[in-house]
Design a protein around this ligand. Structure first.
Ligand SMILES: *Cc1c(COP(=O)(O)O)cnc(C)c1O
Length: 375
């Protein structure tokens, strides 16, 4: 990022993140804690968050796909890595060589891994669909997948390490039904001769509120970033601290008369004579355009609503007669402890979830890390 670019920063507090991971690991214990660093660690930057997760007590990392796992290996991370979303062109040979644990949802994936393994013995986690209807073997396909894995394990070709699934985070009854389907699938697999060293099912939501779903490991994601997986509790209610603060600086100011139109479409008009402050954050940086009419940003200790439409690169704040200068710090969201909005408030304004707010912070926003520990 050029030093001449307008300032747009995502300041990431690694101590807040480590503290969240410690809190979650304690809640999950004796189950182990895997931390999801997929989607560039929910927009926070994968490599620093992976290191911090391990420093906070995670024993493994969930990366989604093989390229992300290889990036972490290249960065020197030795912990177990779990990748589970594959395509026909996935580089299973590279994954096996890098000792990446592989989630397997279909027979073709298992055959491709066996064909690519060379003389190595990869660790596989067989996934069953318990109702989310994404990947995971269907109930019909499950016994055949298990049978092939049991046979390959017995032949010394792989380690059949785990059975797993993912919940829909629906009603308590729906998630209980999914848990029952999971236990049923494990029983079917055991009838086929499988002996799983590990079972895993829960992500943040069930990891916190559904103890029966914790099994040997919880795959925590959003909660580790300090954002609640629940509608009825904030991250703060759960003892979590949002790790990311998105901030910028006022890029220009102007004094305008009453009735002055602002931004595309001139959908906003000043009520009286007023000062407008331009902030160089727009929807390309992750400010949801749809949130514009409800959203506000923190500037000089007060929240000011966005005046008019969110543009690609900027928003305008109507600050009235409040003093403001070019270069004053503006906060889009953060932990909420200094009056700034949280990502959860942005989620309400944009009718989405906090996960989407943080994961969509644009790549033009420079990530800056605080409280980094030596690895
Ligand atoms: C993203 C993801 C997680 C983490 O989910 P959160 O709800 O963010 O905690 C866990 N497991 C799988 C398979 C995932 O895709």
């Amino acid at each position: 990022m050029s030093a001449l670019s307008p300032a747009r920063r995502a300041v990431i507090d690694l101590e807040a993140f480590r503290s969240n991971v410690r809190t979650l690991a304690e809640a999950a214990a004796p189950a182990e804690t895997m931390i999801a660093v997929k989607a560039d660690a929910y927009g926070h930057g994968m490599v620093p968050m992976a290191r911090a997760a391990l420093q906070g007590g995670a024993t493994s990392l969930a990366v989604l796909d093989i390229p992300a796992a290889l990036t972490l290996r290249d960065a020197g991370i030795e912990a177990p890595l779990f990748a589970w979303l594959h395509g026909p062109d996935s580089d299973f040979a590279a994954a096996v060589a890098a000792r990446v644990d592989l989630g397997v949802s279909a027979l073709w994936q298992l055959e491709a891994i066996l064909a690519a393994r060379g003389s190595a013995r990869p660790r596989v986690h067989l996934k069953v669909d318990t109702g989310l209807s994404r990947n995971g073997a269907s109930v019909q396909d499950w016994p055949g997948l298990v049978r092939r894995a049991v046979e390959a394990d017995a032949a010394g070709e792989l380690h059949l390490h785990a059975a797993w699934s993912h919940l829909a985070d629906a009603s308590v009854e729906d998630d209980e039904a999914a848990l029952a389907r999971f236990l049923e699938a494990v029983a079917v697999a055991e009838d086929e001769g499988a002996r799983f060293p590990l079972l895993h099912l829960a992500a943040s939501s069930a990891g916190l509120r559904m103890p029966a779903a914790r099994f040997g490991m919880v795959r925590f994601g959003i909660a580790a970033y300090g954002i609640s997986p629940f509608d009825d509790a904030t991250g703060a209610d759960l003892g979590l601290v949002p790790a990311m603060t998105v901030e910028s600086e006022v890029a220009s100011i102007k004094r305008v008369p009453a009735g002055h139109g602002v931004s595309y479409g001139l959908t906003y008009r000043t009520e009286g004579e007023s000062t407008l402050a331009l902030v160089p954050l727009g929807y390309a940086d992750g400010v949801p355009r749809v949130a514009g009419p409800r959203a506000s940003l923190l500037l000089n200790g007060r929240r000011f609503p966005i005046a008019g439409r969110v543009a690609m690169d900027q928003v305008v704040l109507d600050v009235g007669d409040h003093p403001v200068a070019v270069g004053d710090r503006v906060v889009m969201f953060g932990p909420g402890t200094a009056g700034e909005p949280t990502a959860e408030e942005w989620a309400d304004w944009a009718k989405t979830i906090g996960d989407e707010i943080i994961a969509r912070v644009g790549h033009r926003v420079q990530r800056v890390y605080r409280n980094e520990l030596p690895s």
